[in-house]
Design a protein around this ligand. Structure first.
Ligand code: FAD
Length: 456
C-alpha cells in the first residue's frame, strides 16, 4: 500500500485544480509587552504583565492596583476574556501540588499548575483526575474558569469536580470557600471567567489511578449517528469527529482496564489535519473528488488501541492552529443539530477542512456551567487560524442557538448579556456575588463589562 503522504501526492497530481495559494506569513508581533492568545485572534497591549512569586505578593498587587486586572492562564481561550489595557497577571510561578486527602481522594493544587503537570504528582499520591480535555496545556485555574470539559455521558465538566477554592478578591483579601463555607462565593467561583478575583488554590475531587483502554476506528456517518447514543452510554468516554465531505467519522472510546500497557500503531492527529488541508487546497472544487482520498485512507486504517495510564491517554498535542466555536446542546437535540451543521458546511463553506467534533457531558449544578442541570452533547467547529472564521461560525451559530445551545465560555460566540441571563437560571445570583466582591469592576475588561457591569 502507498503511504498516506504518497497517496495524497498522487491524487493531488491528478487534480486539475491549481493550488490556491501558499501559506500566509504570520505577521510580526511586538515582543515587549503585547499579549495574544494561542490562535492569535485575541490580542492586547496591557500596561503590565506580572507574575507574582507568592500569594502575599499577589494580594498586595491586587489591593494597590489602580487599573483593571485580568488573570491569565495558558492563553488557550478563543473568546475575549483576557485582553485589557490594564494589567495581565499570570500565576505561572504559583504551581504544584499543595496537599492531598487520601481518604476522600481529593487534592489541592496551586492555581497556576499546568494540567500536564498534575498527572504525575497525583499518581504518586494514589489519585488521578476524573477526566481530561483534548489537550493538557491549560492551567487548572484557566480550565475551570471557562467550564473546560472532556467527554463522557456520565462525567461532568472540570468545574463539577472542584470541592474548594482560595481566591484573592479586589480588596486584596484572601477568601477560602467550599460548599459549606462562603457557599455563595464557592458556587460562583467554580466557573468564574476570572471575573470574581484571582483564584490561588483549587481542591478537586479525584479518583483512584486507573489505566484506560482507548480504541479508535472509522465508521460511516449514518452508522455513527445510529450508534452514537448507545456508544456514549456503553463506554466511560466516547467522542467522534465527522470528516467533512467524506461520509466518514473517526470514533474514540475509553474504558477502565487492568490490561498491561500496549499500543498498536496510531495515526498522528496533526498530520491527519494537515492532510485534510492539503486535500482542501487541491480538491475543494469537487465534493466527490475531495471525498475520495479520505475514503481511501479511511479504508486502510485499522482499529487503533492504546492502553496507558489515564493521565497519559486523554490529551494530545494540537499543532495546527485554529479558531473554534463550541456549543453545548441538550443531549437529545445534538444529533439533529449536527446534521444541519454538516449540511451548511458542505453546501456553503467548502473551505472548511477541520472535522466536526462531538462529545457528551453530564449535567451539573455549577451556576454558570453550560451543563447546568442538563446532560449535553457538545459540537465544536474549527477554522484554520489563517482563515476568516466569521462567515462559517456566523452560519452555524443560529443552528446551535435554535436547538437550545449554550456556548463554551472559552470559545467564540456572539451571545449577549440578556441572552446569557435567559440561558442561566442562576445568572443574577452570579452577578450579585460578583458585584459584592468587586464593586469597582477591577476584574472586568470590556467584554466582561458588557456581560456583568451595570444593572442585571
Ligand atoms: C488546542 C486547544 C484545545 C482545547 N481543548 C479543549 C477541550 O478539550 N475541552 C474544553 O472544554 N476546552 C478546550 N479548549 C479551551 C480551553 O480549555 C479553555 O479556553 C481554557 O479556559 C484555557 O485555559 P487557559 O489556562 O489557557 O486559560 P486562559 O485562556 O488564559 O484564561 C481563561 C480564563 O481563565 C481565567 N483565569 C486564568 N487564571 C485564573 C486565575 N488564577 N484565577 C481566576 N481566573 C483565572 C482568565 O481570566 C480567563 O477568563 C481548548 C483550547 C485549545 C486552544
Amino acid at each position: 500500500m502507498p503511504s498516506r503522504r504518497q497517496l495524497l501526492k498522487y491524487i493531488a497530481a491528478l487534480s486539475a485544480a491549481s493550488f490556491s495559494g501558499g501559506m500566509l506569513s504570520q505577521s510580526a508581533t511586538a515582543r515587549v509587552i503585547a499579549w495574544k492568545n494561542w490562535s492569535g485572534s485575541q490580542s492586547c497591549v496591557p500596561s503590565a504583565r506580572l507574575a507574582p512569586a507568592s500569594v502575599s505578593e499577589l494580594q498586595q498587587l491586587v489591593a494597590e492596583s489602580l487599573v483593571p486586572i485580568r488573570p491569565v492562564g495558558a492563553g488557550h481561550s478563543f473568546s475575549p476574556l483576557v485582553p485589557t489595557e490594564g494589567q495581565i497577571v499570570s500565576l505561572a510561578r504559583l504551581n504544584g501540588l499543595v496537599s492531598h486527602d487520601p481518604d476522600q481522594l481529593r487534592a489541592t493544587f496551586l492555581a497556576g499548575t499546568q494540567m500536564s503537570a498534575m498527572g504525575a504528582p497525583l499518581h504518586e499520591v494514589g489519585q488521578a483526575l476524573i477526566n481530561m480535555p483534548d489537550i493538557d496545556e491549560q492551567v487548572i485555574a484557566g480550565a475551570i474558569a471557562t467550564g473546560t470539559h472532556g467527554t463522557g455521558a456520565n462525567i461532568g465538566g472540570l468545574p463539577s469536580f472542584v470541592t474548594g477554592l482560595e481566591l484573592v478578591t479586589a480588596s486584596g483579601e484572601l477568601i477560602q470557600c467550599d460548599a459549606d463555607n462562603n457557599a455563595e462565593v464557592f458556587q460562583a467561583a467554580r466557573l468564574s471567567l476570572g471575573a470574581l478575583g484571582i483564584v490561588t488554590k483549587i481542591q478537586m475531587q479525584n479518583t483512584q489511578p486507573y489505566r484506560s483502554r482507548r480504541e479508535s476506528w472509522i465508521l460511516d456517518w449514518e452508522d455513527t449517528l445510529a450508534q452514537a447514543d448507545q456508544l456514549a452510554d456503553q463506554h466511560r468516554n466516547f467522542e467522534f469527529y465527522y470528516i467533512p465531505f467524506s461520509e466518514r467519522c473517526f470514533l474514540s472510546t475509553h474504558d477502565i482496564t487492568e490490561e498491561d500497557k500496549f499500543s498498536t500503531p496510531v495515526s498522528d492527529g496533526n498530520e491527519s489535519v494537515q492532510d485534510l488541508k492539503l486535500i482542501r487546497d487541491y480538491l475543494s472544487w469537487s465534493d466527490t473528488l475531495r471525498g475520495l482520498p479520505i475514503k481511501a485512507i479511511a479504508a486502510t486504517m485499522d482499529r487503533e488501541v492504546v492502553v496507558e495510564a489515564s493521565w497519559l491517554n486523554y490529551a494530545s498535542e494540537r499543532n495546527v492552529r485554529f479558531n473554534e466555536m463550541e456549543y453545548h446542546l441538550p443531549r437529545e437535540q445534538g444529533l439533529a443539530a449536527l446534521r444541519e451543521v454538516r449540511q451548511v458546511l458542505e453546501q456553503d463553506h467548502k473551505a472548511v477542512f477541520f472535522p466536526l467534533e462531538v462529545r457528551y457531558v453530564k449535567g451539573d449544578d455549577v451556576w454558570l456551567s453550560p451543563f447546568y442541570q442538563r446532560d449535553s452533547m457538545s459540537i465544536a467547529v474549527h477554522r484554520f487560524y489563517e482563515d476568516d472564521y466569521r462567515p462559517f461560525f456566523n452560519a452555524v451559530e443560529p443552528i446551535f442557538r435554535k436547538y437550545g445551545g449554550r456556548p463554551h465560555w472559552g470559545k467564540l460566540n456572539s451571545v449577549t448579556r440578556d441572552e446569557f441571563a435567559q440561558m442561566y437560571p442562576r445568572w443574577n445570583a452570579f452577578v450579585d456575588v460578583r458585584q459584592q466582591l468587586d464593586p469597582n469592576a477591577k476584574f472586568l475588561n470590556p467584554y466582561l463589562a458588557s456581560l456583568f457591569s451595570g444593572a442585571t
